[in-house]
Design a protein around this ligand. Structure first.
Ligand SMILES: O=C(CO)[C@@H](O)[C@H](O)COP(=O)(O)O
Ligand SMILES: [Fe+2]
Length: 217
């Protein structure tokens, strides 16, 4: 599955930018609050507007503080998957997973590159998606951190052995040079911002990335 990130799109023409990636599987929307990460993007009202014009499910990546308070609201406006950062949760992440699901979306948990998977292997039994950050969250166009791949392999192993039932998603620096190693490590969903919106033809870029991912898996 390919999930273009709107972070690299033209924010002055969001409806048009959404239409350019209609062939994708998910549309990745990076929500940043300038507190959890040193950047500010958009919030629930804009996600609601994007949802109204998007032909594909929204994959909301919440890089915000107090996700327990805000995450269900993104499901309520129609997001298909809502991911919170484990590092931002002040209580048991399973509680926010339950609230996101109750509001109608898949529940995702994101881990920064330096956050060990082992700490959350039990918690992840209550989630539908694991977002493995392959860059430090906050900005697009960063270099892929290959040192995170063992975390992807471990997640794949936990899913393949039945310990977890979730999609393994990678996010950050995914492009033609890196997607095959991420697929070989076991990722199911590939977020790509600059590799898609930086291309002359985003639809062709999506098709090429999908072919590489499926060929390498
Ligand atoms: O969450 C983030 C950044 O914090 C990502 O979703 C980026 O938006 C991915 O951009 P590229 O690395 O693909 O350019
Ligand atoms: Fe993201």
């Amino acid at each position: 599955m390919i999930a273009p990130s709107l972070l690299s799109a033209d924010f002055a023409r969001l409806a048009d930018e959404v239409a350019r990636v209609a062939d994708a599987d998910w549309l990745h929307v990076d929500v940043m609050d300038a507190h959890f990460v040193p950047n500010l993007t958009l919030g629930r009202p804009v996600v609601e507007a994007i949802q109204a014009v998007s032909p594909i499910p929204l994959d909301c990546h919440l890089m915000i503080e107090a996700p327990e308070r805000w995450a269900p609201g993104y499901a309520e406006v129609g997001a298909g998957n809502v991911t919170v950062h484990a590092e931002a949760c002040t209580g048991d992440p399973r509680d926010v997973a339950s609230d996101i699901r109750a509001a109608g979306a898949l529940a995702g948990l994101a881990l920064k590159p330096g956050t060990p998977l082992e700490r959350y292997e039990d918690v992840l039994r209550d989630f539908d998606t694991l977002l493995v950050m392959t860059v430090e969250p906050g900005f697009g166009g960063q270099a892929f951190m290959a040192e995170v791949l063992p975390k992807v392999r471990r997640a794949r192993e936990l899913v393949d052995t039945g310990h977890l039932r979730l999609l393994v998603e990678v996010d950050g620096g995914i492009n033609a040079d890196t997607i095959e190693q991420a697929a070989e490590a076991g990722a199911d969903v590939f977020v790509a911002g600059s590799a898609v919106y930086g291309a002359d033809d985003p639809a062709r870029a999506i098709a090429a990335l999908r072919a590489q991912a499926t060929g390498a898996a």
